[in-house]
Write a protein that binds this ligand. Structure first.
Ligand SMILES: [Zn+2]
Length: 292
């Protein structure tokens, strides 16, 4: 199964939403990703096999940004891994060099056009293109943008637990704060612009937030890392190996799935393969995922 670098454009009321892909990771097995993995799930729901690579052994993990165009504004949701970043803790993220900015331009967005960068959390695969390397210094890639960070994520980087990821904050977050381009959303979440709302969905990371978008009665939600794959729609208690706080991660996933199903919201995920977007639907007592 291949996944294109840009997606079709979705319409949520007056907003246009398009994915721009940075890369795909295919090195991780489902049994590594999910401690609770049970392969018989693939027999119960055969379409889930389409989320695995050609060998049938590895999950396909997309890394991308979502571009939202609304009311003359250009908004990015999460910014991938970035180029040339030193990532001693992850071979998959270290020293990447992709034509992401060219792909963004191909989607009609030059870096200086970006007005807002909304971040679900501050992990290395969500903040990378916040900055780029200019004459040996990390500078804001989007010079005219306001970067919107969950306060709980910023706070986490003030704790000793964050020490082994400090490099991510230093090269991808601190430069936009120092440039005066950052604002934070408080722990309780809140509205942003006309139509966006930050919802606290902690667990995967300390201050993780999901971001809803409402326009002309239509709703979408950018789910960040509340889920990594459609298997978690069918098994909402399955946390990924990357989730920091187990019970809070499950609570946040249950909340998000219910929000999506109740509001018939398009879910724009951070890592699902294929189109990365879909609907969550009730089928009897269970939930199901349908790609859009
Ligand atoms: Zn992620």
């Amino acid at each position: 199964m291949t996944t294109p670098h840009t997606s079709k454009t979705y319409h949520i009321g007056d907003a246009r939403v398009t994915r721009v892909t940075e890369t795909h990771l295919t090195g991780l097995t489902p049994s590594f990703l999910y401690a609770d993995w049970d392969a018989t799930l693939l027999d119960t729901y055969p379409p889930l096999r389409s989320n695995l690579d050609g060998t049938g052994e590895h999950a396909i993990i997309s890394i991308h940004t979502w571009v939202v165009e609304l009311a003359g504004q250009t908004i990015l949701i999460d910014t991938g891994i970035g180029n040339h970043k030193e990532r001693p803790f992850s071979q998959m993220f270290h020293g990447l060099n992709t034509p992401f900015l060219q792909r963004l331009e191909a989607a009609g967005v030059r870096p200086d056009d970006v007005d807002h960068v909304l971040l679900t959390h501050l992990h290395a695969d969500h903040v990378g293109w916040n900055t780029h390397l200019v004459d040996g210094r990390w500078l804001a890639t989007f010079r005219n943008a306001r970067y919107v960070l969950p306060q709980g994520e910023v706070d986490y980087f003030g704790t000793p637990a964050s020490a082994n990821r400090r490099i991510v904050f230093d090269d991808s977050v601190a430069p936009v704060i120092e440039a005066g381009q950052a604002v934070t959303i408080g722990l309780e979440g809140g509205d942003y612009l006309d139509g966006f709302h930050f919802h606290p969905t902690p667990g995967h990371s300390a201050g993780h937030m999901s971001i809803s978008l409402t326009s002309r009665g239509e709703t979408a939600i950018f789910s960040g890392d509340v889920m990594h794959s459609p298997v978690q729609v069918y098994r909402p208690t399955w946390n990924s190996v990357f989730c920091a706080e187990q019970e809070r991660a499950r609570e946040s996933r249950r909340w998000l799935l219910e929000f999506a199903a109740t509001n018939r919201a398009a879910v724009f995920t951070a890592h699902f393969p294929q189109s990365s977007a879909g609907l969550v639907q009730h089928t009897g007592d269970d939930l199901a995922w349908r790609y859009l």
